[in-house]
Design a protein around this ligand. Structure first.
Ligand code: BGC
Length: 441
């Protein structure tokens, strides 16, 4: 039977990503591992056994592989490795070596975060990042762990979101060490700047002239929380100034203070913020009166924002989207989120931005800091009673995109025409499930 030429065009259209693009998901140790009893968060708001990934990592990494991820971002827990000052726990180092080795044996590119928000209690007791010695403590820990794991790491992230850490601890005051102190806030930020620079220099010295010089040099960067800002009235000078100043402080300041110590930019994108008469708007409403959709955490769904931040930050070094995700108990919204945000990433790439990878936050539902276990960011659901994993349909939509190294037209149609949505998705999911069930775990 002759095929309908229009249909043919639709089915074969794929919005392609560049060759070798990294596709994966991100996690952090404290949020997933469980029983991190030497961390500062334990006494503040404990994650308890969390997702028990410390024991179940093999299953989780194999699930990621089964979902076709070719990269994974994870962190190591400083408080496990150095539970007391200067005392390093070799068994825990061995544990991380096993984890990382497994990822490499699964042929995954490994992006490793050296610090993702938690501190050993002994560091917190000495004043945490406010203490001018903490960058030195951190560097000492890094110098101990790097020679042991460097064979299994492809990309290094020194720090995760320094600005968010300062904001949650000193402005919102909902994280350990919370206090109101302008001076403390500035010291913390500057010590994080110093920690990044020290570790960047150390890693580079090791791979260029030091003991690791025979090994391939691995790029070093940070994962920074980048917001898209918008003025409510397009021509209001006050609002434009608010946008400019916030963009400078929130998105650019850390990079300015650490100039020339980034081999790539790691962008965590979650927020779109609107200013009206230089105040933050409580509602995601635009000038036409349209109220935009929000996630379960009230964060605005604004795909164009990721295009804006990517084009704004584009430089001559590669960019990785080190985190981007939605908290939602409605998985259909995660499907839409993935497709529409990735469509904007593809648009940025087409406009010349050198984006090399995307890490969805998060592989599994996990401990969302002071908000506990209610927010559901995962591609995989976790039953916190039994620790059983359950793959959500959105994980399969992501797999579909990964397998095509692009967004199939059928999925793009899904965000445009809701009538076809369920039908299209159901069909794609069945196809992917069938393919996956033939892959051995
Ligand atoms: C952090 C994660 C967090 C996620 C969602 C990022 O700011 O790196 O630890 O869970 O956002 O809030």
């Amino acid at each position: 039977m002759p095929q309908d030429p229009l249909k043919e065009r639709h089915e074969h259209g794929i919005l392609k990503f560049p060759e070798g693009f990294l596709w994966g998901a991100a996690t952090s140790a404290y949020q997933v591992e469980g029983n991190n009893t030497n961390a500062d968060w334990e006494e503040f708001k404990s994650a308890g056994k969390a997702c028990d990934q410390y024991n179940l990592y093999e299953q989780d990494f194999k699930l990621a592989k089964q979902l076709n991820h070719n990269a994974h971002r994870l962190s190591i827990e400083w408080s496990r490795i150095e539970p007391k000052e200067g005392e390093f726990n070799q068994a825990e180092i061995g544990h991380y070596v096993k984890e990382l080795k497994l990822l490499k044996s699964l042929n995954m590119t490994v992006m490793l975060t050296l610090w993702h928000f938690t501190l050993p209690k002994w560091v917190a007791d000495k004043g945490g990042w406010e203490n001018r010695k903490t960058p030195f403590y951190f560097e000492r820990f890094v110098k101990k762990i790097v020679p042991e794991i460097s064979d299994y790491v492809d990309l290094w992230i020194t720090l995760n979101e320094p600005g968010v850490y300062v904001y949650e601890s000193y402005i919102e005051r909902v994280w350990p060490g919370a206090k109101k102190s302008w001076f403390g806030q500035i010291k913390t930020f500057l010590n994080l700047v110093s920690a990044h620079k020290r570790v960047y220099k150390y890693l580079h010295s090791q791979f260029s002239a030091g003991p690791l010089r025979s090994k391939a040099s691995k790029p070093v960067g940070i994962a920074n929380n980048i917001l898209s800002f918008e003025s409510f009235h397009k021509h209001s000078l006050r609002e434009q100034i608010a946008v400019w100043a916030n963009d400078l402080f929130v998105n650019h300041l850390f990079y300015i203070l650490t100039k020339n110590t980034h081999d790539f930019l790691g962008i965590n994108y979650y927020f779109h913020v609107r200013f009206k008469d230089s105040k933050l708007m409580p509602q995601p409403k635009d000038i036409t009166g349209q109220i935009h959709d929000i996630s379960d955490l009230g964060w605005e769904i604004y795909p164009e924002g990721i295009f804006e931040v990517l084009t704004d930050l584009a430089d001559d070094i590669p960019i990785y989207i080190t985190e981007c995700g939605i908290a939602s108990t409605n998985d259909d919204r995660r499907n839409r989120f993935l497709i529409s945000y990735l469509q904007e990433v593809a648009r940025a790439i087409k406009s010349g931005v050198n984006v090399r990878g995307f890490f969805y936050w998060s592989l599994i539902d996990n401990f969302e800091w002071h908000l506990g276990f209610d927010p559901k960011f995962g591609l995989i659901e976790v039953d916190y009673e039994t620790e059983k994993r359950h793959i959500k349909p959105s994980a399969l939509v992501y797999t579909d995109i990964i397998q095509n190294n692009g967004i199939p037209h059928a999925l793009l149609r899904f965000i445009g025409h809701t009538v076809q949505a369920e039908e299209v998705l159901e069909k794609r999911q069945k196809e992917i499930e069938k393919e996956l069930s033939s892959v051995k775990r």
